[in-house]
Ligand binder design. Sequence first.
Ligand SMILES: O=CC(=O)O
Length: 332
Amino acid sequence: MMAVSTDCHKAQQDFPKVLILKPISFLAHVGERHVASNKFTFLKAYESSLPLHQFLSTHSPSIKAILSSVGTPITADILQLLPEVGVVVTTSVGLNQVDLPECRRRGIKVANAGSVFSDDVADFAAGLLIDVLRKVSASDGYVRKGLWATKGDYPLGSKLGGKRIGIVGLGSIGFAVAKRLEAFGCSISYNSRKRKPHVSYPFYESVCELAANCDVLVICCELTDQTRHMINKEVLSALGKEGVIVNIGRGAIINEKEMVQCLVQGEIAGAGLDVFENEPDVPVELFAMDNVVLSPHIAVFTPESFLDLMDLVMGNLEAFFSNKPLLSEYGD
Ligand SMILES: O=CC(=O)O
C-alpha cells in the first residue's frame, strides 16, 4: 500500500506521519514511495487545498517529524503549530533555513545530510576554480560565437598548480576541497571557528589574514549569524587584485554588493559562484563578466548520491521513531 496522503486522501495504515511542507526534488528523483517504503506516511501540505495553518492545525496531533529541504524555512511560527514534533530531518547539509535556537529550546532534534554530498560539492568547487582560472566557460563562449576564427586566440588563463588556497570552514566539505586542490599542487591553509588539533595546514584565526596570505578563497562554511557577510570588502581587498573567490557555501556569507563592486572595479580577479544572497536572483552585473563563473546552486547534488541520501533520511526517521540516536544529528 502506498504510504502517501493529503487531507483529502487519508492514510489507510497507521504509519508514523512525516510532514513535508514543499516539494523535495530528491524525492521526485528516487521516487517517494521508496523513501516512505511502507514505514511512514508523508503528509504533503503543498498538495492540500487548505491554507497552511489550517492544514497544520488539522494534522498537528499526529505530526511528530518534518522532512524538509534547502528552500523550505522551518520557522518558529510553523513549529508553534506543531506541538508534537520531535525531529526535523533535512535533505540539505546547510541548516540556515531551520530555526535552530527554537528547535533547541523545544528539544526538537535536527538531522542534516551529513557528509553524503561532500565529495560532489568538493568536485564542483574544484571545477569552478579551474573554470575561473583557465577560462573554460569564457573560452567556450568565444568559440561558440565564432570569435576564434574572426578575432584569433583567446587570452590565456592562470595556472592552478602552486596557488595558495584558503579554505573558509574546514568541515567535511572543506577537507574534501583541500584534498582535491592539494592533488593539483596547491598549498592549503584555513580559517575555521577553531583550530583543528590534528590538521597540519596553517590556521588563520582571522579570515582577513587568511585572505592576505592566499590567492584563492573557497567558502565552505555554514551560514550563521556569525558568518553572515563575513566576506566583505575588507576581506576581498586583502585577497587582492589577482585573487579569486569560490563560494559553494551560502550566498549571504559574502556581502554580495561589496563583492560585485570589487569585481566591477577589478579589486579581485574573478569568482566562481554556486550560491547567491537572494536565490534565484543573481546580480545582473555578473552576467557580463567573463572572469565570473555562475551556477544555480547545484554543487551539492548528483543523482548518484541520492541513494545514500535516501538511506540517511530513512535511517534518521527510523531511528527517531524507534528512540535510537539519529545517524546525522546536528550538533554532534
Ligand atoms: O546547499 C545545499 C545543502 O546545504 O545541502
